[in-house]
Design a protein around this ligand. Sequence first.
Ligand code: COA
Length: 158
Amino acid sequence: MRTAIYPGSFDPITNGHVDIVKRAAHLFDRVVVTVAVNTTKRPVFTLDERVAMVKEALAGATGVEVTAFEGLLVESARQHKAAALVRGLRAVSDFEYEFQIALMNRKLAGEIETVFLMPSEKFTYLSSSLIRELAQMKADVSEFVPPCVVRELRAKFG
Ligand code: COA
């Protein structure tokens, strides 16, 4: 049983994240999508809201579990017996930051490999903050996020 862990703040989850989860689920027997309790960013959605949206967006995806994590990511990966950390690379600009984190995580837990997956090119320009900004300005984001996220954004921003 090969497990991968896919972390993020998911504030909120987008179709780009869902795309990465589906790709990871093709490669691994079990994918644990884990929502960061503490993030350096100030999330708009609470942890419970972010987890609930991720669960609903991924309902029915085979081999996918959703959870939250606090503290070091590699410790959570060890608890889930993950062989790999999955990260999405949308553009070259993501690489430098991801490379640094991947090397630090390798230093902390050499047995866990970081695997980079590319989302479909139609999602490469998506980010959660862009979605929040669009939703705040009442733009239609239904093309970019799962229906449950459209609903929650409307509830949050009117
Ligand atoms: N589709 C759309 N957007 C994507 C995406 C994709 N496939 N992949 C990434 N993004 C966006 C996210 O929406 C997010 O956008 P935002 O900045 O506008 O909110 C941005 O890219 C980066 O997000 P994400 O990949 O989710 O990472 P993050 O910065 O939110 O989370 C943690 C980073 C929580 C995983 C990381 O800080 C961590 O591991 N923390 C735990 C503490 C730890 O172990 N630290 C030591 C690390 S060496």
